[in-house]
Write a protein that binds this ligand. Sequence first.
Ligand SMILES: [Fe+2]
Ligand SMILES: [Fe+2]
Length: 281
Amino acid sequence: MDKIDELLDSVESLPPAPQVLVQLLSLLAKTETDLNRIVDLISFDPALTAKLLQTVNSGIFGRSSVVNDVPEAVNRLGFQAVYHIVAVACGERFIRPTDATGIDIGKMWRHAVTVAFASQFVSEPLGKDGGLAFTAGMLHDIGKVVMGEAFKLEYSKIINGEQLTGKVLLEQERIRFGMDHAEVGARLLERWKFSSNFVAAVRYHHDPLGAGNCAHFAAAIDLANALAHTFDDYGEGPAIFVVDSQAALQVLGIKSSDLLRYSDRIRENVDFVEAMCALRS
Ligand SMILES: [Fe+2]
Ligand SMILES: [Fe+2]
């Protein structure tokens, strides 16, 4: 057992594996997805269903009549919007650092949701599964939650301190703790039985060239992370955009001049991101 496994075993506040999310992603990965199975899977979790219906009926989607069950929600909003709500409702159970970590939960959560949407936009031209990219984007920094729980204020001093680009942050983490948030997060997701490409995208979200045949997926998360940092003031800071994204742009074949288009997509979804952030109970 190595250091990261020992760390994961030692953190008592880790939530149980998000089985609904893992199963939903594996259903989505199939070429012919049976919508009834997806609806059944969501309906099987009463807390998740309640949160879905609460969100659908909250006015965000401008509906006047009440939506009463999951099939009706899918029917009215389409599967993609329902998946976004379900993924975010699941994700907020996991991106929930305790006060002892000193991590600003609100900022971390807004960053996670923004990266989720940005990952989906960046992945679209690649023909990648949007749900997979959305979820990987949402969970990309989950290793920070684990390290925060394990190392408490010693860790939050690094991420709340002077703004660091992603690569420099990883170096600081390795120097002080002998591990970084990308590998810690990936190991947790591996334990939770997420697919290997999902795990690789999170593992290499600051180093897409290291991801081998998952380089495109990792680069999409890397670029989404950089784009999100131009909209939030969380953690790694806007400088990451200039300094860290070059490899991602190269892997994805995206020119710097195209980036404004992606920024506009994120800006168009700011209200929806805010609404999703309000899902936190
Ligand atoms: Fe990160
Ligand atoms: Fe991030």
